[in-house]
Design a protein around this ligand. Sequence first.
Ligand code: NAD
Length: 361
Amino acid sequence: MSVFAHPDFDQHEQVVYCHDQASGLKAIIAIHNTRLGPALGGCRMFPYATENDALRDVLRLSRGMTLKSSLAGLPLGGGKAVIIGDPHTGKSPALLQAMGDFVESLGGRYITAADLGTGDAEMQAFAQRTKHVVGASPRATLDGSITSGDPSPSTALGVFVGLQEAVRQRLGRNDLAGLKVALQGVGHVGMGLARRLKAAGAELWVCDIFDANVQRAMDELDVHVVRPQDIYGLDVDVFAPCAMGGILNEQTLEVLRAPVIAGAANNQLATPEIGEMLRQRNQLWAPDYAINAGGIIDVYYQSSGGSAAQIDSHVRGISDTLREIFSRASASDEPTSVIADRLALERIEASGQPEALRLHA
Ligand code: NAD
């Protein structure tokens, strides 16, 4: 399978295939661009059906990280890692250590963090073998309590304030009381978002393919549970995708009516054209890499010794970024996806770097 000819190859600097026969590790690390700084991005673990699915994911996700860090105003480049395997049954200490060794071998060009299918325990295992990992150490929160290095609470906060901004823009309302939200995936971020939405008075419909997470949401919050295939067709105000990418596609758009789409999942648009289709249908889409930047902001401050207050303030600034995207999109009648890409590139160019980064948007 060719990497250079792959449709999702976008001038990536480095793509590393990682294999450890003893532990069974199969993984890919993609460094998209280091112009603004080291490539920081999560390590995902997922049972990809094919190697090409894993390659596609890591190429797209790493490019998204370049754009995300730029939009979030961070001195970081874009990278990502994927481990091919089941996150519930496929982890072993040896496999995680082998992955840590591969991260270390890149000498800091790639810095890893938690993502879908990985969390605190995996970051701590990586940290035994590499210093290029963030989210592995406990740190203080705003109220002074000590929490883990898991950045997903900050991602959930960013999605929450971004969702509020999208609701303000599209539905003209400031409060979320009685707002109907369909939430796809109640994992680390989805559950954090669900808690915040419930506290703000929203009514939630949730789904997940992992029964224990559905049960947790039912036990802790008063939510309606629907089957995963039914989440798109609900008559709700907001669809909040917090599981996998590619879920905004021609099939789901046939039934998806929510006027606001705002969630944490990376790479939500199956193809760039979907952004224009959403615009034509007057469905306001909060670009994923703008709204879900809370995690990268959090890990950046963790790695640079920032305070909880700095993280909180920077993450809440996501609503300002989205307001700018929404207002530019409305003024120029362009999809929010196009505006977000343009804004990210503008910020890279404005950084004073010698050559402008070229990305096919
Ligand atoms: P997670 O693994 O903790 O949770 C994802 C949940 O989605 C799981 O409960 C899983 O069972 C469920 N799921 C998977 N496929 C599903 C499907 N088809 N239908 C319904 N549920 C499904 O992961 P997370 O950390 O909460 O991340 C969620 C999304 O947000 C991912 O796309 C991730 O890349 C993105 N994201 C996460 C962070 C972060 O800080 N964790 C930051 C930015 C973006």
